[in-house]
Design a protein around this ligand. Sequence first.
Ligand code: FES
Ligand code: MG
Length: 575
Amino acid sequence: MSTRKKPEDLRSFRWFGTTDIRSFGHRSRTLQMGYAHEEFMGKPVIGIINTWSDVNPCHTHLRDRADAVKRGVWAAGGFPVEIPVMSVSEQYQKPTTMLYRNFLAMETEESIRSHPLDGVVLLGGCDKSTPAMVMGATSAGLPFIFVPAGPMLRGNWAGKVLGSGADVWKYWAEKEAGNITEGQWKDMENGIARSYGTCMVMGTAATMMSHAEVLGLTLPGASAIPAADSAHPRMAAMSGKRIVDMVWDDLTPDKILTRKSFENALIVHMAVAGSTNAIIHLIAMAGRAGVPLTPADFDEFSHKVPVIANLRPSGAFLMEDFFYAGGLPALLKQLESKLHTDAMTVSGKPLSHTIGLAQVYNDDVIRPLDRPVSSENGLAVLKGNLAPGGCVIKPSAAEPRLLKHTGPALVFETYDEMSAAVNDENLDVTPDHVMVLKNSGPVGGPGMPEWGMLPIPKKLLKQGVRDMLRVSDARMSGTSYGACVLHVAPESYVRGPFAALKTGDLITVDVEKRSISVNLTDAQIAERIAAWTPPDRDYPRGYGKMSAAHIRQADQGCDFDFLEGTAKIKEPEIH
Ligand code: FES
Ligand code: MG
């Protein structure tokens, strides 16, 4: 490319290439680490932002993958430096990793800006780590490439294939109903997570890694490679090799992340029946790229694209099967007529190039458009007097009878209250009730925990009931399913109309009409809210206090208000 940079154009030149007293320090301290001048002088410095941690089983292999990336960077004539950041471990971090998505986004952005880097490789994949790192790196603005952690192997128990999360919910319900024994349940524990890597259903992790790929932020085919496959370290090494050229070519994220690329992500989202969490994340990621995106965009695309990836929790297969069937490039091939194939990718070539190399090896897993998995939309955004800012439901994961339903509300103010009630076998509840959980939004949760798949009351489980209409201002795990209306905005805690709900109110949901309402007048709602006191969620100090003061509502992506947008931050002074 004619615009290729020269060594003195590199950002890191300001640290290493000058002759002032500071640059003496930068060079002598690099020599202190055992590197010779010729190993780093005049070379692109590549930051490897790593979310490896001993408390994140999805990222166990990222320690080794950083080495593979380094191998690629060295081979291409770059200088790799690894920088650890918070891991946002979905399984262990409480109250919810969502509280820390913006923390990791800030840490990524500031780690990039403050160090002598020219390009960046991001290592992550467990749920929030993908959007967080992409948000931060987009705002930092240097060329970057994403190395997705990749899914773990298929689960295996008693001859059955198990999927992360989805089968845990399913068999827990069977255990609660008395259909499987404690011993069988214990056995499942040994077989459900068989290797490092992310959840292997089309949950939040796989959805976000797919988004990263279709947005053009990974090497072609990277997002579905199983973490334990030898193709994975090869992909990591090739990413390290590629980022060096991206630096010389100045392939910055603003050339990749455009309205077109985000529309491509919306198309893939619908085709894979992606996690509802991705709505929030994609809106936030687009916000950092200066691309306006709203829940209405998701709804619009849900009418245009059927579900063609036959993956749990909406379909039958797992990510390992998806990889063998051709992975994301094969899915893109099926969707070619709908995509903006001229969108640029980190490979330096447009999406059409990725599609040109693709082949579908199993068209039961990756279906053609005329033989979809589900004629139901992957996603619907509902509005009404209960949720003026909107809320979402995944119709493909719900029992059809609940997609048009009116029933009496059964309202819980807190998670604990709800938890105790569902175990009470004398609870006054029928399959027609609409279970409601308040105070679980971005501020009230805090951090919008994944409580949205409220457990079916034990009494009903024993009667064979497996789905009910449920409404909350929470999120739900991407591995969850059922008629769960989520992300009610504005949340109850900030005194949205949702706060007014009481047990016995009649809630009507009509997915076809995209509506949700309660049989209350505006005046009744206002009167009830005035008399309502939210539970105490006060943080006297610290990060939680900052989050509560600055977090946006779900329909706006839950970014912090001061992190949004594309206003240029000037390069740090080097004194
Ligand atoms: Fe890490 Fe699911 S727990 S991806
Ligand atoms: Mg999850």
